[in-house]
Design a protein around this ligand. Structure first.
Ligand code: COS
Length: 383
C-alpha cells in the first residue's frame, strides 16, 4: 500500500529494509535472550540516517519529513521494536524537545551527537507515583544560587542506563502541570544513578531503567524552555512520540502478516497448505486489514505534521488503533502458526511480547480515548 510516496521516501524505505534485514533481523532473537541489543548497531543506524531524521542538516541531521520518519519507524518496528525504541526516544522525544525548545547553545551541544548516535538521550517523565497523571509528578528542582538542584525518581525509562543525557521533568512550583520545568541532565552528573530493570515481558533488547537523582546540580543553562513550561514541552513532544509508536506498531503488524503468509503457504495439514483453509485466511485477512488501517492512520498523522496542521488527536487515534492492532495481529499470527508460534523459532511470539507495552507507554489506550473524547466533546474527563 503506497498512496503517493515520493521516490525519495520509497528509496529510504528500501534502504532501511535492506539494512535491517542484514544487521538486525538475524540477531534479534539473540539480543532478546541477552536482554541487550549489540550497541555496535547504533552508529551504523546513525550512518543510514535513522537518528538524524527530522533533525535539520545544520545540526547534523538529515532533515527529512515526518512521512519518511514514519516509514523508518515502521521498518524498525518490523525488524525489532527494541531498536525502534532506542531511536524514537533518543532522537525523537529528546532530540525534538531540544530542537523545538532549546537555546542555540543547547542545540549545538546535543543535536549533532544525538543525530550521529554518538550520544543517546532518555526521557525522564514517568515516576513511581505518576504514570497517566504526569502533571502530578513529584521530582523537584530548587534554585541554589545560579544553579538548580534536582531530586527525584523516574521509572520505566527507555535508554536509561545507556543515555548520556536525561531530559528530566521536575517540579519547580506546586502549581500542578504548570509548575513543571524541563532540564537536560548529563547522566554522569554526581548524584545521578540509573538502575536497569530486568525481566520485562518484551522489548528485552532495550535498556529500561529506574533513575535516581539526589541533589543533582545543573546550571540554569541546562533548563530547557521556560520555568513552568515543562509539562507543555512533554505533552507536545509525546504527540510526536505517539506517531513514532503508532508507526512502529504498523511494522509489527506488517511483520506478523508476512510471517503468517509465509508459514501458512508452507505448512501443510490434511494434505494441503493451511493457507487454503478459510479460517486461516480469516485470520490473515484480519491482520492485513489491521496493517492497512493502522498505516493509514499513521500516515495521516505524519502528513498533518508535515503540513503544519494540528495533529495531536490524529496522533492519539493512530497510537490507540495501531497499538491495539499490533497486539491483535501478533495474537492472530500465533494462531496461524499454532504451536510453532509459541516458541522462538518464528518471530511472532516476540512480536506479541514487544507489542504488549505499546498499549501502555507514551499514554495508555485509555488515556488516548480520553484525549480523543475531550477533542470531540470539549469536556475533559481528567478534571
Ligand atoms: N501539547 C501542548 N500542550 C498541552 C498538550 C499537548 N498535547 N496537552 C496539554 N497541554 C497543556 C494544556 O493546554 C494546559 O495548558 P494551560 O496551562 O496553558 O492551560 C496544560 O498543558 C495542562 O493540560 P491538561 O489540563 O490537559 O493536563 P492534565 O493534567 O489534565 O493531563 C493528560 C492531560 C492526561 C492527557 C496527560 O497527563 C497525559 O497525556 N498523560 C499521559 C502521560 C503519558 O503519556 N505518559 C507516558 C510517558 S512517556 S513513556
Amino acid at each position: 500500500m503506497d498512496l503517493s510516496l515520493t521516490e525519495e521516501q520509497q528509496a529510504f524505505r528500501a534502504l532501511a529494509r535492506d539494512f535491517l534485514e542484514r544487521e538486525a533481523v538475524p540477531h534479534r532473537m539473540q539480543w532478546d535472550h541477552d536482554e541487550s541489543v549489540d550497541l555496535a548497531i547504533v552508529p551504523k543506524m546513525a550512518e543510514l540516517g535513522f537518528f538524524g531524521l527530522t533533525i535539520p542538516e545544520e545540526y547534523g541531521g538529515v532533515g527529512g519529513d515526518y512521512v519518511t520518519y514514519s516509514l523508518a519507524m515502521e521498518e524498525l518496528g518490523r525488524a525489532d521494536s527494541a531498536l525502534r525504541g532506542i531511536v524514537s526516544v533518543s532522537s525523537g522525544l529528546v532530540g525534538k524537545s531540544i530542537l523545538f525548545h532549546g537555546t542555540e547553545e543547547q542545540k549545538q551541544e546535543w543535536l549533532p551527537q544525538l543525530a550521529a548516535g554518538t550520544r543517546l538521550g532518555c526521557f525522564g517523565l514517568t515516576e513511581p507515583g505518576t504514570g497517566s497523571d504526569a502533571g502530578n509528578l513529584t521530582s523537584r528542582a530548587t534554585r541554589d544560587g545560579a544553579d538548580w538542584l534536582v531530586t527525584g525518581q523516574k521509572l520505566f525509562i527507555t535508554n536509561g542506563t545507556w543515555a548520556d543525557v536525561a531530559l528530566v521533568f521536575a517540579r519547580t512550583s506546586d502549581d500542578g502541570p504548570r509548575g513543571i520545568t524541563a532540564f537536560l541532565v548529563p547522566t554522569d552528573s554526581p548524584g545521578f544513578e540509573a538502575r536497569e530493570i530486568k525481566g520485562k515481558l518484551g522489548l528485552r533488547g532495550q535498556a529500561t531503567a529506574e533513575l535516581f537523582l539526589h541533589d543533582v546540580r545543573v546550571p540554569d543553562s541546562a533548563r530547557l524552555g521556560e520555568v513552568g513550561h515543562g509539562f507543555k514541552i512533554a505533552m507536545g513532544t509525546l504527540d510526536k512520540g505517539r506517531l513514532a509508536v503508532a508507526s512502529g506498531c504498523v511494522g509489527i503488524v506488517q511483520g506478523c502478516l508476512e510471517a503468517s503468509v509465509a508459514y501458512a503457504t508452507e505448512r501443510t495439514q490434511f494434505g494441503r497448505p493451511i493457507a487454503s483453509f478459510q479460517l486461516v485466511q480469516d485470520l490473515i485477512a484480519d491482520i492485513s486489514l489491521d496493517a492497512d488501517a493502522a498505516r493509514l492512520l499513521a500516515w495521516r498523522c505524519a502528513d498533518l505534521v508535515d503540513r503544519g496542521e494540528p495533529f495531536g488527536t490524529a496522533a492519539s487515534k493512530a497510537k490507540l488503533f495501531a497499538s491495539e492492532a499490533a497486539v491483535r495481529a501478533a495474537n492472530n499470527a500465533i494462531q496461524v502458526h499454532g504451536g510453532a508460534g509459541y516458541v522462538d523459532d518464528f518471530p511472532v511470539a516476540k512480536y506479541l511480547r514487544d507489542a504488549r507495552v505499546m498499549t501502555l507507554y507514551e499514554g495508555t489506550s485509555q488515556i488516548q480515548k480520553l484525549i480523543i473524547g475531550r477533542a470531540e466533546t470539549g469536556i475533559s474527563a481528567f478534571t
